[in-house]
Design a protein around this ligand. Structure first.
Ligand code: IMP
Length: 193
């Protein structure tokens, strides 16, 4: 049995297909390119969730004509405290950026924004490093339970008010490698030990 088929038994439904995600990423790349014409851009992915969206965006950006003068890709890695389906906004930095942000045009790339605390924390932290500009890009937006007003310049897809997995998003570190976004069966959560 493959890993994918084991996953499939626990999935209730697909919310966004691989193709829908790819076209959202292409649209985000065109918007980001338009705002950074002729400028060097630092694309900063937030691991682990933005693993795929940041790399796919970087490749999509390379195909947009008249975009940034050059593109550097960097990552930071954070872990949010909270229960298994909600973040508390208390963020632990596991790996900082390797690039300096001072004077750079930075686009922070997140997988999903829910209550907004994680992104808000990162925006404040990175602003202190005096980038020339700092914009935020999120692939999936869940605007239903915001605890803070978080500026989002680029939004890919409006996500239903569900706990979702796939395309970088996990449940207990599993499901990140699903190529689509999915809702899990309730039984997965009730079996939580
Ligand atoms: P926020 O602080 O509530 O905005 O949540 C941000 C982080 O929580 C994201 O970067 C994800 O790691 C995680 N998260 C929020 N919603 C989901 C979800 O539906 N599935 C998986 N992870 C989520």
């Amino acid at each position: 049995m493959t890993v994918t088929s084991t996953y499939e038994q626990t999935i209730e439904r697909t919310l966004f297909s691989k193709e829908e995600i790819a076209s959202a990423v292409d649209r985000l790349a065109r918007q980001i390119a338009e705002d950074h014409v002729g400028q060097p851009l630092l694309l900063l992915g937030v691991l682990k969730g933005a693993l795929y969206v940041a790399t796919d965006l970087a490749r999509a950006l390379a195909q947009v004509p008249n975009g940034p003068s050059d593109i550097l890709v960097d990552y930071l890695c954070v872990s949010s405290y909270g229960n298994s389906t909600r973040s508390s906004g208390e963020v632990r930095m596991l790996k900082d950026t390797t690039e300096r942000l001072t004077g750079r045009h930075v686009v922070l790339v997140e997988d999903i924004v829910d209550n907004g605390l994680t992104l808000s924390y990162l925006q404040a932290l990175l602003k202190e490093r005096n980038p020339a500009s700092l914009r935020s890009c999120v692939l999936f937006d869940k605007p239903y339970h915001r605890l803070v007003d978080v500026p989002l310049e680029y939004v890919g897809l409006q996500c239903p008010d569900e706990f979702v997995v796939g395309y970088g998003l996990d449940y207990q570190e599993l499901y990140r490698n699903l190529p689509y976004l999915a809702k899990l069966r309730q039984s997965v959560f009730t079996q939580e030990g």
